[in-house]
Design a protein around this ligand. Structure first.
Ligand SMILES: C[S@@+](CC[C@H](N)C(=O)[O-])C[C@H]1O[C@@H](n2cnc3c(N)ncnc32)[C@H](O)[C@@H]1O
Length: 448
């Protein structure tokens, strides 16, 4: 059987994501592991899948002018989206080649009739380039939703919280390719050493303004390097690297990380504790336990004890109290849409409400396990106030033994301090602030 091309493979992934409501990153990983693609083809498949999902609403708006209300099979719609994405957003693929390949795929998967329809639609779009500028009828929220390809309800929500300028900036940032960054294992080495060693392996990077532990990579495959295997760094987004410093755990302390897998922040905390003390790293999913164990092993860390437990049901008596607790809560993930574009299409307003309820329950349940004078950090990778500021405000109101720790700024890099809010204890990073993940961190203190 002839080997499948990058577009065919990308189309398979798009179809599976839509039909099985699965995550594109997981489907992509499966297919890239299975198919033996060149680096260039693997890159093209990834770009086509993420790009098409990212721009889905804009692409569908353009298609609606030519397809109207006609019923089109899922794979045909995905083929049209994918081809339009190539034509409009990718310079390196000539328009004629994109149309030709789409027609060939349509012939192979369907029949001549479908191939003619695909050919006709794509050529019509090419003949009328102004179609990309046509605004939909409806309010401002719908226009922003279509132009920047985000669900209208989410745009409406952000408009009410952040205003138009910031909402557009968030949407634009969500459509850009994310940076790739690494966290230097500061317990073992320094940033300069890692930069030097990476250069020996042909990998370039530069220091980040968001975290003193971060290096922004300029291409290359850092996870394939010898330095990575030997535990000199971890692949992590810069915003995530603000959490461990916010927790301010000292060597020798007892720490609970209640939603720990895959262990990105747990291992960072351990590095900052110089591998002295104890960290209980809990997660509800048994299959994720090994991720924490393996990450610690690779980094040479021995103070992490992974356990499997629902954070709502931890064995409180057996565990005792902690000097520090991190609740890096499950969330809608709207701060990481750049990396996981399907998130924006798969979630609905009721998901925000449901997850906010769980987040509050988690915070409330963990509170008694914090020692007097201890610090608890609540963090999420979302930008919804209902999952962030509203949770911690309500918590502090209902728990007089807790206060906002208004000294958070001193544990944040200079560049980030300006984003700390009036409590002095909460920081909301939006994706366009530093081109890093949207992230929320709150530092709460239990009275002594
Ligand atoms: C945001 S992720 C944590 C990421 C992790 N802290 C890191 O930096 O690598 C949230 C985690 O919470 C876990 N989780 C979800 N509900 C939970 C619950 N009720 N109790 C404990 N863990 C839970 C999920 O399995 C997921 O791994």
């Amino acid at each position: 059987m002839a080997k499948k091309g990058a577009r065919d493979i990308a189309l398979d992934v798009l179809n599976r994501v839509e039909e099985h409501k699965s995550y594109s990153n997981l489907e992509l990983r499966n297919v890239l592991d299975r198919e033996n693609l060149s680096a260039a083809d693997a890159g093209l498949v990834t770009e086509l899948v993420y790009g098409t999902i990212q721009r889905k609403m804009t692409l569908d708006h353009v298609l609606s002018h030519f397809v109207g209300n006609k019923k089109v099979q899922t794979w045909v719609r995905n083929l049209l989206r994918l081809s339009l994405y190539q034509i409009h957003y990718l310079d390196r693929i000539p328009e004629r080649a994109a149309v030709h390949q789409a027609v060939e795929i349509a012939k192979k998967r369907g029949h001549q009739g479908i191939a003619s329809m695909v050919n006709g639609v794509l050529r019509n779009v090419l003949r009328q380039p102004d179609v990309w500028e046509r605004q939909p009828k409806g309010g401002r929220a719908l226009q922003i939703a279509v132009v920047y390809s985000h669900p209208e309800w989410l745009v409406r929500q952000w408009l009410s919280v952040y205003g138009e300028e910031t909402t557009i900036a968030i949407c634009e940032a969500n459509n850009r390719t994310p940076h790739s960054s690494i966290r230097v294992n500061a317990w073992k080495t320094t940033k300069d050493q890692v930069l030097d060693k990476l250069a020996e392996e042909g990998l370039e990077g530069q220091a980040s303004a968001v975290s003193p532990h971060a290096i922004l990579m300029e291409g290359g495959h850092a996870a394939g390097s010898r330095m990575f295997k030997e535990g000199y760094f971890t692949i992590q987004d810069e915003s995530s690297m603000l959490v461990a410093p916010a927790l301010a755990a000292q060597p020798g302390m007892r720490v609970l990380d209640a939603c720990a897998a895959p262990g990105g922040k747990t291992t960072h905390i351990a590095e900052m504790m110089e591998n002295r003390g104890q960290i209980i790293a809990s997660d509800v999913h048994p299959h994720k336990r090994d991720l924490i164990t393996n990450a610690a092993k690779r980094l040479g860390i021995t103070i992490i004890e992974p356990i499997v437990s629902d954070a709502l049901d931890l064995p409180e008596k057996a565990l005792g109290t902690f000097d520090r607790i991190l609740l890096d809560a499950p969330c809608t993930g709207f701060g990481v849409i750049r990396r996981k574009p399907d998130l924006k299409w798969n979630k609905a307003p009721e998901d925000v409400r449901a997850i906010a309820q769980l987040q509050y329950e988690l915070l409330k349940t963990l509170a008694p396990m914090l020692a007097q004078g201890g610090v608890m950090v609540y963090s999420t990778c979302t930008i919804e106030p209902a999952e962030n500021q509203e949770i911690v405000r309500r918590f502090v109101e209902e728990h007089p033994e807790f206060v906002f720790d208004d000294t958070l700024a001193q544990d944040l890099p200079e560049a980030v301090r300006g984003h700390v809010d009036e409590t002095g204890a909460c920081v909301q990073i939006l994706p366009h602030h530093f081109e890093s993940d949207g992230f929320f961190i709150a530092r709460l203190k239990r009275r002594g």
